[in-house]
Design a protein around this ligand. Structure first.
Ligand code: CAA
Length: 367
């Protein structure tokens, strides 16, 4: 068995660490300067082929980048993750030559930010129950409906939106569309006031009779659900990497402040367990990324990595906060930020209950 990062990946990880450490943790503002810095380094299109304006690195390297960025700023991490895995890959994997020509290089160079609009009020975990309609009209479609909790809502330049062209057909009617910022009929709501990830804008998106020509449909009618699911496999590995970054930052900050040589046995055991579980999470996440890079099926591995790493992020930030005590709860202490940022990683890109469902289905299929 040979399962180690290559020399190049190790070098890139060093580069990413230096780059991430030059970023500012976002406050309550959208971290525009961080995104511009990442764009200048080609990091908003890291795994996109060079012919499309990206850096052409492998998916494992992209995961290392997400981990390092999230270790410093998890808000920037989620914007990067959504922009790449479910904002840019839709074009790369499913775009027509004209759509690629029009959008892909801009996204890969970070001149444009991509986002993903699937979730609705009654269709979070049950994504197939979405109700946004794309009614066929002459020359294209008219979109009506509302999406919720959209990362980079209002900030993104391009949304991959899922809507049904035939509500009576259930999942088989779901179709993907490309909607540009500023399209008449597109109304982003105000940013939600969240418990964490304050720098990342999360909004509602309303579609009011929004007209799209056929050229804005991504893939064929009815292919949208499978497109969303396949993109989410990669997206979940990205969120797992974000969780690794958050957990790692909490453990490091705690080790820096806690003198382990003088700490009691209880604290030593807590830190030893966290260190071991962090290593285990890394192996799961990197393995899932490696399978994706090789084009192997990775739904099960992505779901396992997402569940394990995000549960660990919550456990690590909770235990570290306990060790910090009251000092950890004040706003100037980064550990309370890690704690508040960690929770949503268990929930978005498919809750961990949904991940367990995906894993269990794969187990049933295999046995
Ligand atoms: N790749 C490709 N196709 C897939 C697939 C995958 N990983 N998973 C399913 N499909 C296809 C199936 O093959 C099936 O096609 P056929 O009918 O032709 O056989 C079709 O999709 C339907 O699949 P299921 O029957 O498995 O669908 P389901 O309704 O039972 O639901 C689910 C599956 C796993 C519960 C799904 O609804 C799900 O993943 N829910 C969670 C949604 C989610 O993750 N939302 C995240 C929003 S994005 C976000 O959070 C971003 C952010 O802000 C950070």
């Amino acid at each position: 068995m040979d399962f180690v990062l290559s020399q190049k990946q190790l070098r890139l990880r060093e580069q990413f660490r230096r780059l991430a450490e030059s970023l500012e943790p976002a406050g309550r503002e959208y971290p525009r300067a961080n995104l511009q810095r990442l764009a200048r380094e080609g990091c908003l299109g890291l795994p996109v082929p060079r012919e499309w304006g990206g850096r052409g690195e492998d998916f494992v390297s992209y995961i290392l980048l997400l981990e390092e960025v999230s270790r410093v700023c998890a808000s920037t991490g989620v914007i990067l993750a959504v922009h790449t895995s479910v904002g840019t890959f839709p074009l790369l994997y499913y775009g027509s030559p004209e759509q690629k020509e029009r959008y892909l290089s801009g996204l890969a160079r970070g001149e444009k930010i991509g986002a993903f609009a699937l979730t609705e009020a009654q269709a979070g975990s049950d994504a197939g129950a979405l109700r946004t309609t794309a009614t066929p009209v002459e020359g294209g479609y008219r979109l009506n409906g509302a999406k919720l909790f959209i990362t980079s809502g209002g900030e993104a330049d391009l949304y991959t939106v899922f809507a049904t062209v035939a509500p009576e057909m259930g999942k088989k009617g779901i179709t993907a569309f490309l909607v540009e910022k500023g399209t008449p009929g597109l109304f982003p709501g105000p940013p939600e006031k969240k418990m964490g990830l304050h720098g990342s804008a999360t909004t509602e998106l309303l579609f009011d009779d929004l007209y799209l020509p056929h050229s804005q449909r991504l893939g064929a009618e009815g292919e949208g659900f499978a497109i969303a699911m396949s993109l989410l496999d990669g997206g979940r590995i990205g969120i797992a990497a974000q969780a690794l970054g958050i957990a790692g930052a909490a453990v490091e900050a705690t080790l820096r402040c806690l003198d382990l040589s003088r700490a009691g046995q209880g604290a030593r055991f807590v830190m030893a367990d966290l260190a071991a579980r962090l290593e285990a999470a890394r192996l799961l996440v990197y393995r899932a990324a490696w399978r994706k890079e090789l084009g192997k099926p990775c739904s099960r591995e992505a779901a396992m990595a997402k569940t394990f790493a995000t549960d660990l992020a919550m456990e690590a930030t909770t235990s570290c906060l306990d060790l910090w005590g009251l000092e950890g709860t004040v706003e100037s202490c980064p550990v309370q930020r890690y704690f508040c940022d960690a929770k949503v990683t268990q929930i978005y890109e498919g809750t961990n209950q949904i991940q367990r469902l995906v894993i269990a289905r794969e187990l049933l299929r295999a046995h």
